[in-house]
Design a protein around this ligand. Sequence first.
Ligand code: PEP
Ligand code: MN
Length: 300
Amino acid sequence: MISEERIRERDEILIPGQPALKRAGRSAKPENTVIAVNGVGIGGGEIVVMAGPCAVEGEEQLVSTARAVKASGAKILRAGAFKPRTSPYSFQGSGIEGLKLLAMARQETGLAVVTEIMDPRHLDLTCRYADILQIGSRNMHNYSLLEEVGTSRKPVLLKRGMSSTIEELLFAAEYVMRGGNSSVMFCERGIRTFETCTRNTMDLNAVPMLKRISHLPVIVDPSHGTGHWWMVPPLSKAAIAVGADGLLVEVHCDPEKALSDGPQSLRPDRFDQMMRELRPVAEAIGRSFHCPGDSRPDRS
Ligand code: PEP
Ligand code: MN
């Protein structure tokens, strides 16, 4: 087991006073960064839930899911228009049409939108339709893309590479911030290990480690982290308990017919149930959590 002293040495490489992390480290900014998106503060006292389908599949699918997740307390709608698929023969997303549908869903529901950008040439286009730019796991090491989103002032959700270390994730944030964009949030989405029962291994260690080293918000994605819808509620609770600032959750009205990631997508009723169960967990550690339908006063 790694000793407390070893962890301190590691911190010294990465944090206070050291040149390694010039922007993302607590030496650059001791207090937590709170990123304001559409009236919500990510990284503040409130746990922010981003939810929606893996991919935009059509207007009805997107808008009905957006309405459902909003009714359950999600503040941000997630869905991919450009999808990074392992096989080039799998559904690749609906592209620009998908971005337009996301803007329509935002208009309909008032939810902010987070969607993935895969190509630096799509920056202006994506900024027109999205409130948060998602850098996917496969692109965490794509330094030209990181630099490109660094030139914009849109908040960036930076997902951890599936085989990347926490240190590499921190330096990926530096690439974005060096361009002047300081609104970066990390997303732990599970890493590849020898385990095969789950899609990835949810590295919840990363949450307190990132919070200790960096002032940036940390989001957890238990959908990609586990690959199983029924594991999403328990891992969401665990993520909040270890200090995550928010969650990124896949929800689909008909998971069996989903064009991608059905097995890890919660049905809206199950998502709603989970949201109700998350509030006491958040409150137990002094965070606030909003889920409509719960008439108890906000105690934080
Ligand atoms: C996603 O969030 O839709 C996604 C593709 O995730 P990841 O990049 O973590 O695989
Ligand atoms: Mn997905």
